[in-house]
Design a protein around this ligand. Structure first.
Ligand code: ZN
Length: 201
């Protein structure tokens, strides 16, 4: 039997989502066909994403530019440097209430991510134009995270940028990216942050 074109199109689109294989895509499709209200809700919610972009200052997902993380005067004068926009939400859930800088990834020769792909210029600009109480590197516990932290330290030194740099503390399971850590571990690592010193890198 021939599958209608619209159905096939939706199945193919669903399978582009992470973790969705053919079977799950079919399950979702049948749920959507059965539940009209859910379909309408999803349609509306997806529409809400129109106009979402990234903040030109910190790089977090936002409709406003600059975003509220950047403009809220009540936020602490600390800067948390994270790899991806989604990591910002992660730290908001830990109770952190400072500001953010999204790097746009981690250095990875395997994935072809080099220094030019990271938001370094804007980081440097922010570090010299504001006197930060602390700059926290929250990059995860992977090889790429360590490489990127070491690179950042050198990059800032080379450019004569002096800031109190710290990194997340012990307790981070080795090999994990931020989004694979549970909230308690993350909160603990944030509380137990330590100075980023050279011997450990
Ligand atoms: Zn922002």
């Amino acid at each position: 039997m021939e599958i209608p074109r619209e159905i096939r199109g939706l199945l193919e689109a669903l399978m582009k989502l992470p973790g969705i294989g053919e079977k799950t895509a079919e399950d979702i499709l049948h749920t959507l066909l059965t539940h009209t209200e859910l379909r309408q809700e999803l349609h509306a919610r997806l529409g809400d994403l129109q106009g979402m972009g990234v903040c030109g200052v910190c790089g977090a997902w936002s409709r406003d530019n600059p975003c509220t993380f950047c403009t809220d005067p009540a936020r602490e004068n600390r800067l948390l440097v994270v790899p991806l926009p989604r990591d910002v939400w992660l730290f908001e859930r830990t109770g952190y209430r400072g500001r953010y800088h999204v790097l746009g990834g981690l250095l990875s020769p395997l994935e072809g991510i080099s220094a030019e792909d990271l938001r370094l210029e804007s980081l440097r600009h922010r570090l010299i134009s504001t006197s930060w109480r602390e700059v926290i590197l929250a990059l995860g516990a992977t090889f790429e995270a360590d490489t990127t932290a070491a690179f950042l330290r050198e990059y800032l030194q080379e450019h004569g940028v002096e800031v109190p740099l710290t990194r997340l503390g012990v307790g981070l399971p080795v090999g994990k990216t931020l989004d694979r850590l549970d909230l308690d571990t993350l909160r603990e690592a944030l509380i137990n942050r330590k100075p980023l010193d050279s011997e450990e890198m």
